[in-house]
Design a protein around this ligand. Sequence first.
Ligand SMILES: *Cc1c(COP(=O)(O)O)cnc(C)c1O
Length: 488
Amino acid sequence: MTDRLLFEISRPGRVGVSLTEPDNTVPLPELLPGVALREELRLPEVAQLDVVRHFVRLSQKNFSIDTNFYPLGSCTMKYNPKIHEDVVRLDGFAHLHPAQDEDDVQGALRLMAELEGYLAEIAGMKAVSLQPAAGAHGELTGVLIMRAFHRERGDAARRRILVPDSAHGTNPATAAICGYEVTPVRSDERGGVDLGDLASKLGSDVAGLMVTIPSTLGLFDEGIATVADMVHRSGGLVYCDGANLNAVVGRARFGDLGGDIMHFNLHKTFTTPHGGGGPGAGPVAVRADLERYLPVPRIVPHLDREGAYTCETARPLSVGRVRSFFGNFGMLVRAYTYIRMLGSSGLADVSGCAVLNANYLRVRLSDVYDVPYDRICMHEFVMSARRQKAANGVRALDIAKRLIDFGYHPPTIYFPLVVEEALMIEPTETENRETLDAFVETMRRIATEAGETPEVLQEAPHGTPVRRLDEVTAARRPNVRYQAAATT
Ligand SMILES: *Cc1c(COP(=O)(O)O)cnc(C)c1O
């Protein structure tokens, strides 16, 4: 039977649950006010077993980190420890209501205050706000803080933000949404910020630089301290995109490298489950003199009660509220648990093993695929399929699709834009040697196939319910509405 037939399982008259007619000792409430009932809705008519099989089957089609290796570069798809789920389901967390009285939620406030403290320590910065709900949202908050800083000083002429050409698309998008003009800065031949190009683009109209550490090429920019210094000397601020923190967590702190503002992606580095669009958490950290611009409310120690916390909103210079309440609280509980489980030495092991795993893959694949920046990488590296494309017309997309046939989630492709036919691979620290070796063997086999049977790659995937989708239409105009097929 084809998948499509399996999907259309409705048959007139089938029901999942049948209830006996109530006798008149039980008053029947009206189920829904009449106006909300839509008789014209054609809902599926199915038995209970049909429903169970339908949803279990769908769940098995879902690719997840709990089932397979997921080396999606820049996304840090690491294992999500299950203890987080136990902790977040504790009644005292799971049943909180955000509108509860401050006195009732002291535990939650304390958890958030402590998490802010840990993240500030990890950042090497003074203060943190947990409100932003994703990395891009953290960027927005950070750039609003940058703007507030310049405005308060009466420095309104700064209307440009510099962004390296290797940046994630959210960086220029954020700068533009905050009303800035975006000026790209070239990468040098080692993948770092080109200092000459940076110098030529700095000026009294530059509000700051948004820079990802390590860069989206998976490389640590050895010149980062000089870069920060140059930006500061021209009066700008340095915004660090912390999405790649998994490479340096517990070892290097952005504040010590010259960063003024940064965001974390708790759903990447701190293992809160992600994919499918959320929920996420993108806390922002700032240096001491920028604390006054952080979003409100701020969680502060209660003045009269030892050990208690209160929420402060009277902060005239704050950029304001960026999210209802405190963002996705469950993500904060999970990240807190992760940090407490590992401690500072455990966090340093995370980055150490993440970097080791990425370099292991890089070295074992660099004879069959081009690695344009072939030097020690951080937590990820970028390969290019340009050799396969030139020889056999096999593109990065074809390699990615072929990986699906072997049970792997494809790496990130065609990003960063500065690498032709890019394949960006991030294994994370949670994968073992056997998994990495099996992935290497598969990637080498695909390289051989590219030479011998390129059409197998160009037509992949072969084993999935649907083959190649129009991904833009699938993302922009998803058809998520159930429409019963006309049954005869
Ligand atoms: C993931 C990522 C972002 C955006 O984070 P979201 O949480 O997806 O909004 C920004 N920059 C880089 C480098 C990233 O990898």
